[in-house]
Design a protein around this ligand. Structure first.
Ligand code: NAD
Length: 293
């Protein structure tokens, strides 16, 4: 079994990005600039956005954090998006989800200029991804693809089983793994809450991507010997002995599944750090106008 160390890989890629930024600076070029919009006080969102801003600083990007109270109106949020679309200094931006219930998330996503949509959530980017055209790939699936590539995991001809069909993880993951590409060429089964005999489907997998949001859902009896196991889940499980009163657990029962797997990602320290790094990669692409020209 080989552990896929997302934290170490994320640091390596951040160092590579920092070197590129130094070169841009030395030539007097424009420093990549990421803006993030955070609405409300959701604790997980605050942690994610803080990590994103910190990571920007670490690689030498400029960053702007726009914080708004959760009473902000949809119209006012859409105005912020429009201003960011028109701000030539901002290369890319994200609006952290989830948004308060009175705001239509889809409307906000659609309002973001696809050229600045470094989260890759806009249907234009999603459609371009599906057609293998240049696009900003959604951060978490992109991070997973980079992990598979850098660890030399063979994907061609393999059977990948994705658990969970969300727009941000499961569905794009199924598209990326099935694409005709260096990392890709898998035969993909996309499973979800209505799948019959999910365990039997997962047992057939050479590559498992678990993105369900249920702690330790994937157990050893569901995993074929030698499978590659990618655990996307981040679940808070109460634990009075932990400093914060909870521990983070993945969607995979790591201790029992790891001995059966050929490669496995831990939680924390696996997919999570790569997600933030993907956003930095997309922002660098945006500043170099690599995707839309
Ligand atoms: P989501 O809630 O939007 O989607 C969950 C999916 O799981 C749904 O498609 C649903 O059909 C499926 N599902 C739910 N119960 C199921 C069951 N019993 N059997 C089969 N399928 C079932 O979740 P999401 O946004 O894709 O996130 C999934 C997990 O990944 C969460 O724990 C989330 O916190 C985590 N996540 C982590 C990162 C990261 O950077 N590591 C990024 C995004 C999400």
């Amino acid at each position: 079994m080989q552990l896929i160390d997302g934290k170490a890989l994320a640091n390596t890629i951040k160092e590579e990005i920092a070197i590129e930024v130094d070169k841009i600076k030395a030539k007097g070029g424009k420093i990549p600039h990421l803006a993030a919009v955070l609405v409300g006080e959701d604790p997980a969102s605050q942690v994610y956005v803080r990590n994103k801003v910190r990571s920007c600083e670490k690689v030498g990007f400029e960053s702007t954090l726009i914080r708004k109270d959760d009473s902000i109106s949809e119209a006012d949020l859409l105005k912020i998006v429009e201003d960011l679309n028109n701000d030539d200094d901002v290369d890319g931006f994200i609006v952290q989800l989830p948004l308060p219930k009175h705001i239509d998330e889809h409307k906000v996503t659609l309002a973001i200029d696809p050229k600045k949509d470094v989260d890759g959530f806009h249907p234009i980017n999603f459609g371009r991804m599906a057609q293998s055209l240049p696009s900003y790939l959604p951060a978490t699936p992109n991070g997973i693809m980079v992990m598979l590539e850098r660890y030399g995991v063979k994907t061609s001809g393999k059977h990948a089983v994705i658990i969970g069909r969300s727009n941000i993880v499961g569905t794009p993951m199924s598209i990326l793994l099935s694409r005709k590409a260096k990392v890709g060429n898998c035969t993909v089964t996309l499973t979800h809450s209505r799948t019959k005999d999910l365990a039997a489907e997962v047992r057939r997998a050479d590559i498992i991507v678990a993105a369900i949001g249920i702690a330790e859902f994937v157990t050893a009896d569901m995993v074929k010997e030698g499978a590659v196991v990618i655990d996307v889940g981040i679940n808070r499980v109460e634990d009075p002995t932990a400093k914060r009163g909870y521990r983070l657990k993945g969607d995979v029962a790591f201790d029992e599944v790891a001995p059966k797997s050929s490669f496995i990602t831990p939680v924390p320290g696996g997919v999570g750090p790569m997600t933030v790094t993907s956003l930095l990669m997309n922002t660098l692409k945006a500043s170099k106008k690599e995707v839309f020209g």
